[in-house]
Design a protein. Structure first.
Length: 233
């Protein structure tokens, strides 16, 4: 018998528009976005460029505010509506409940790659020694040479920076993880490493929501595909 897993995030009737600052024009992007993601599954947002996939991730993470509807994220036994939560509550969610892997690394000046990744693990509650060990394992799995670990990622190539960003995203064990094209521009070996990270997180009961334009990666990780075009205004 299949045991249903608990929902970890719910998007309920969400709409989003953008206002063009130069002209004042209102541009509707999404309407009535509704779905949920359960523990132990990876759901994938699918649709052409410009249909609002990244905007959905950013509303769940709290970078964008939804115009209407609810964005519910589970934090332990509590459900928090990101759409109406205070900035302080959103920051607490990001520390304890929800992680985000974007395509780009905002490099921290003069901080080495190992410390950046270990810092994410420490923020989640790992002891310093365990956090450093975890960071080293992730960087090694993503083929970042050890000679680079103590250098600031601002000095790295774009692909190396992307891999540091992925390592930082997986360093903590957030029960919810958002993935915005984490394998874009990666070579085969590093795509396979990211797939392994995702599958391991699913086995551990994590709820993942991602965007993957690489069809092979999507086929390996997706339990369910959400067609974003049905939310078009």
């Amino acid at each position: 018998m299949t045991v249903a897993k608990d929902p970890m995030m719910r998007v309920d009737g969400v709409a989003k528009t953008f206002v063009m600052h130069l002209s004042g024009a209102v541009l509707p992007i999404l309407r009535d976005v509704s779905f949920e993601v359960r523990a132990g599954e990876c759901a994938v947002l699918d649709g052409p460029s410009g249909t609002g996939k990244s905007s959905i991730l950013k509303m769940i993470y709290g970078n964008y505010r939804a115009d209407s509807g609810r964005v519910l994220v589970r934090d332990g036994a509590e459900w928090v509506d990101v759409a109406s939560a205070s900035p302080r509550r959103v920051l607490r969610l990001r520390k304890a409940a929800i992680g985000y892997v974007s395509q780009f690394l905002r490099a921290i000046p003069r901080v080495g790659a190992l410390d950046i990744v270990a810092g994410a693990a420490r923020d989640y509650g790992l002891a310093a020694e365990a956090a450093t060990a975890r960071a080293g394992e992730l960087l090694a799995s993503l083929n970042i040479p050890e000679r680079l670990w103590h250098l600031p990622p601002a000095t790295f190539s774009g692909g190396e920076q992307q891999r540091v960003n992925i390592a930082r995203g997986f360093a903590a064990s957030h029960p919810i993880l958002l993935l915005d094209e984490p394998t874009a521009s990666l070579d085969l070996a590093n795509r396979e490493a990211v797939v392994a990270f995702i599958l391991a997180r699913k086995r551990a009961g994590g709820a993942l929501l991602g965007i993957f334009h690489d069809e092979d990666v999507r086929a390996q990780v997706a339990d369910r595909v959400i067609d974003v075009t049905r939310f078009a205004p």
